[in-house]
Design a protein. Structure first.
Length: 427
């Protein structure tokens, strides 16, 4: 098998197979995130071709964001039951099917069904839960760093492909750009098929950083129904105030990133006379800063109090969003915004994952984080629709940015209500 050959080759170079898992998961998350971020480029072309309003297109994207989040806890249960590779490949097939079918769409309900429901479910079957599961199963040392690397791939993928997709859309139309996304998904699926495995024991290894000599216990049997496992986790976690604080702050995180900036920054820049390719390049610059900021956040989360890290992340993000409407959308103002906002785009994930694992235990961390991530995507869905409605009714996006900035300041304050001492919830 390819995985056994690769494991032996890496061992000869003193490299743990877990880093191969990180590499293939990084590629998978990068391309999947590019799929999620692509509709931000297509809003204006779809309006021109079909005459759909911003609010109508935003409604479909809101459905996708919400399903993307609501699938997360069930995705964790599916991974525990059927394995990482099987679930990831199934998710990629679902997403590719939705994208290929959308090449022929002509009605708003087609958009809502394909880009909302189908792609929302497919992308939600992996989401950030895949990275959290890889970090928990394959690593004992450097877990925070691994979460940072894999989280950075999500945000970077959402942003890095946008200039290319915008250029293709301007030159050849949105269908050609969408076809490129499908090709990238095929490449990603091939890598998953060859390399991804469920646990270190599948290739005869211990988790990276595990120096023990006792035989590893066999994975616990997982025959419980998927819905019962996911809902039972929610029932137990909801008894803790820590869960609700993390859920609320991650709701605000989603509302101030994926649902607002990712979807609506490009059309807002067009309102101020900034060309689409230039606006997409601004998002790509944020992706570069985010890559650095999120990996640094993972490194910091291994060493410092995660509550105070979240306080600074949310506070600085809120200030950057409040600053944007006053930047006059000049090159200097937008560059300043891209730097500060980009460093903070999704840096909140590593501290949130670590706090979840500390308070709810390693075995249930991916399930509990799945529900917290559902809050993230609910916030993204609300912001995607709310900002689109603001543009349709008020002819401006600016009120949505003011609200998001104020909510980030609120998140910075309430995260300090988490007590310092871990208090794990009983399974």
């Amino acid at each position: 098998m390819i995985s056994n050959w690769l494991s032996a080759a890496l061992a000869r170079r003193n490299i743990h197979y877990g880093w191969a898992m990180v590499a293939v998961t990084f590629l998978t998350a990068l391309i999947a995130a590019g799929t999620v971020g692509a509709p931000g480029v297509f809003i204006v072309p779809l309006q021109k071709e079909f005459g759909w309003s911003t609010a109508e297109i935003s409604s479909a994207l809101s459905i996708r964001f919400i399903l993307f989040g609501l699938m997360a806890p069930f995705a964790a249960a599916l991974m525990n039951r059927y394995g990482l590779r099987n679930v990831t490949l199934t998710a990629q097939v679902i997403v590719m099917s939705g994208l290929v079918a959308s090449l022929a769409m002509s009605k708003v309900w087609h958009l809502m069904l394909l880009w909302g429901v189908v792609i929302g479910i497919g992308t939600g079957m992996t989401a950030l839960v895949l990275g959290a599961t890889i970090a928990a199963r394959w690593f004992v040392a450097h877990r925070g760093l691994v979460v940072g690397i894999l989280t950075a791939s999500v945000a970077t993928g959402q942003l890095a492909f946008l200039p290319l997709l915008a250029t293709l859309t301007d030159a050849y139309g949105w269908r050609v750009a969408l076809t490129l996304v499908c090709v990238m998904l095929v490449i990603s699926a091939f890598g998953v098929l060859l390399i991804m495995r469920d646990r270190p024991s599948d290739v005869g290894l211990r988790p990276f950083g595990d120096e023990g000599t006792e035989p590893l216990p066999a994975p616990p049997p997982n025959n419980a129904p998927i819905f019962a496992t996911a809902l039972g986790t929610l029932r137990d976690a909801s008894k803790s105030s820590v869960f609700w604080i993390l859920f609320a702050t991650f709701f605000i995180c989603g509302a101030s990133t994926n649902g607002l900036v990712q979807v609506h920054l490009i059309p807002m820049c067009l309102d101020f006379g900034i060309p689409q390719v230039q606006a997409a390049s601004l998002l790509a610059a944020m992706g570069i800063f985010d890559f650095v900021g999120t990996i640094a956040s993972g490194w910091l989360s291994d060493r410092y109090d995660n509550r105070y890290l979240l306080f600074w992340y949310y506070g600085l993000r809120g200030l950057s969003l409040l600053f944007l409407p006053f930047s006059d959308f000049t090159l200097y103002g937008l560059s300043l915004f891209a730097m500060f906002y980009g460093l903070d785009w999704i840096a909140t994930v590593p501290p949130t994952v670590r706090l979840t694992a500390q308070r709810f235990g390693a075995e249930r961390a991916n399930l509990v984080f799945g529900w917290i991530f559902a809050g993230h995507q609910l916030g993204a869905g609300v912001a995607a629709f709310g900002a689109g409605l603001s543009r349709t009714l008020l002819q401006t996006y600016l009120p949505a940015f003011f609200v998001a900035g104020a909510l980030c300041v609120v998140a910075a304050l309430i995260v300090l209500a988490i007590s310092r001492a871990p208090k794990p919830v009983a399974a």
